[in-house]
Design a protein around this ligand. Structure first.
Ligand SMILES: Cc1ncc(COP(=O)(O)O)c(C=O)c1O
Length: 400
């Protein structure tokens, strides 16, 4: 077997299962799972209808490049969402459907890395675990850019030494971030573009939470928007990852797309032709319905906004909770050991959260996730409120 498999770390949810395996929470309490970032709102009717209406299309093999109408719907959405001029995204050469961003993030790194040159993949720390696994399996060295409260949860691009940028082949950015919920400002995206040009690396921008944000007047900017505003009309060295999982609350559909530099998209298409990750036609047609409609995404977003509105006042007296810019996580300091907090919370209140240290790696300055937990506001608003009350009780009573 591939010896690089030995370099993979245990996945956070396996660690969490081990951490809580021996714990028996009180039998009278209904367990509440807030560890996994799995959207649980009802899928939109338009998507289900389109899926049902096209099931007979299972009679054909799908193509890797996808249906023209899907690529057109994705390109039109990118233009609408990021206020790009009509016709600025070419569906034929700049868009490629993927089966959710998870597989695409992984596959992209395999296609992008030239392992003859001691490659580096830079990424935020904490990070979505696929970035690291993809880098390790591609034979690259991860370079971790800590995102801590002290630096406003932003990767400090200026702190990266010149020799690291020289060997960097891919820089991952995630906005809004998982787990921090931080939106990367335009200036930071612009600086990343300048560095990518200077050192000739690719920016892989994971924007799968871009439609989940808390301030309706401030939708998160996207990398392609900053490209365009700075005259980089061909999105040189950029690839962005979008998904319906969070936007449309259909994590089971497995539908997303990548968009960006046509030279990169063409090479990734070649890779995917062999990789075999074509999207089934009914999924493609259901995805067309989802990308063409913004109303359901706005309703979905409001459900998350409502949860933050209701949960934050309950937790604020007992935890230093901060309202994130986007995504649906609370990334909170628990003023102590995060594994212990997680285990004791489960034991006392049957609530599962994720220890922050599981989502990050320790560097010279320690593990930036240590002492924090990630709480996913994915259950119903009522259940989130109940969970917040139980967490408050846990801190005031059980932990006192
Ligand atoms: C930051 C981030 N990127 C990508 C994904 C993958 O999402 P999907 O494969 O459903 O598009 C997730 C899922 O939780 C995520 O949190």
């Amino acid at each position: 077997m591939n010896p690089r498999l030995e370099r993979l770390h245990e996945y956070p949810f396996e660690r969490l299962a081990r951490l809580t395996a021996a714990v028996r929470p009180p039998s009278g309490l209904t367990p509440i799972a807030m560890s996994i970032g799995e959207p649980r709102h009802a899928p939109p009717g338009i998507v289900l209808d389109a899926l049902r209406a096209s099931l007979h299309r299972l009679d054909t093999y799908p193509t890797t490049i996808g249906l023209p109408q899907l690529r057109a719907a994705c390109a039109a959405w990118v233009q609408r969402r990021f206020r790009l001029p009509e016709g600025s995204v070419d569906p034929a050469t700049q868009v490629l459907p993927v089966n959710g961003t998870r597989e695409a993030l992984f596959a992209f790194v395999q296609a992008a890395i030239d392992d003859r040159r001691d490659p580096i993949v830079a990424m935020p720390n904490p990070f979505y675990q696929i970035y690291e696994g993809a880098a390790l399996l591609a034979g690259a060295r991860p370079c971790l850019l800590d995102t801590r409260a002290a630096n406003g949860y932003l990767p400090d691009l200026e702190a990266v030494p010149e020799h690291i940028w020289r060997d960097c082949q891919v820089l991952f950015l995630c906005s809004p971030g998982n787990p921090t919920g931080k939106v990367l400002p335009r200036e930071l995206l612009l600086r990343a573009l300048e560095l990518a040009e200077q050192h000739d690396f690719i920016i892989a921008a994971d924007e799968c939470y871009t439609d989940i944000y808390l301030d309706e007047r401030a939708p998160p900017p996207g990398l392609l928007e900053v490209c365009r505003a700075s005259g980089r009309d061909r999105f040189e060295r950029c690839i962005v990852f979008h998904s319906l999982s969070k936007r449309s609350s259909v994590p089971g559909l497995r539908s997303g797309f990548v968009c960006g530099d046509p030279r990169i998209v063409a090479r990734f298409l070649l890779y995917r032709t062999y990789h075999g990750g074509a999207m089934p036609v009914p999924t493609q047609l259901a995805s067309v319905a989802a990308w063409e409609d913004d109303a359901h995404a706005a309703l979905n977003r409001r459900l998350y906004q409502d949860k933050f509105e209701r949960v934050l006042p309950i937790l604020a007296p007992v935890l230093p909770v901060e309202k994130p810019d986007g995504a649906f996580y609370l990334w909170t300091d628990v003023r102590g050991d995060d594994e212990r907090f997680t285990r004791e919370l489960f034991a006392a209140q049957a609530i599962t959260v994720l220890p922050g240290s599981y989502l990050a790696r320790a560097g010279a300055a320690g593990n930036p996730g240590a002492g924090r937990v990630r709480i996913s506001l994915v259950p119903t608003a009522e259940t989130c409120v109940e969970a917040a009350q139980r967490i408050r009780d846990f801190i005031q009573r059980d932990r006192a």
